[in-house]
Design a protein around this ligand. Structure first.
Ligand SMILES: [Zn+2]
Length: 123
């Protein structure tokens, strides 16, 4: 364990720090003796909800497909990635659902653009 005052490493379970003499809070003390100091460091750590990378990748690929359409192939990839991202978000409660939905819309649109381009070339 480490001294709560000076940060020096001290023997586990020591009541006082040999370096600076500060009294140490024992980890193994019963809850009633700690008087409100229980896990204060754990509670202060606010969990950040992460963004789902698949949602971001799906949106980026869909946006790329608007420029580099490749007969809608990139749009199909973007749509699939966005759908995977959306299901991942829902399962893991992560951020990025809006990104995935936008990715799907742009992806589907670019598939249609691709189809129109293919049809107009073949006619
Ligand atoms: Zn100390």
């Amino acid at each position: 364990m480490f001294c709560t005052t000076c940060g020096k490493e001290i023997q586990n379970g020591s009541a006082f720090c040999p370096e600076c003499g500060a009294a140490q809070q024992r980890v193994n003390m019963p809850v009633s003796n700690l008087g409100g100091y229980v896990n204060s460091s754990n509670q202060s750590a606010i969990q950040k909800v992460p963004y789902n990378t698949m949602c971001i990748v799906g949106l980026v690929v869909s946006c790329i497909s608007l420029i580099l359409n490749f007969w809608g192939l990139v749009g199909i990839a973007g749509t699939i990635l966005s759908v995977i991202g959306l299901t991942n978000c829902t399962h893991r409660n992560e951020n990025g659902k809006a990104l995935a939905v936008i990715g799907i819309i742009i992806g589907v649109l670019s598939i249609f653009y691709g189809l129109i381009a293919v049809l107009s070339l073949s006619m």
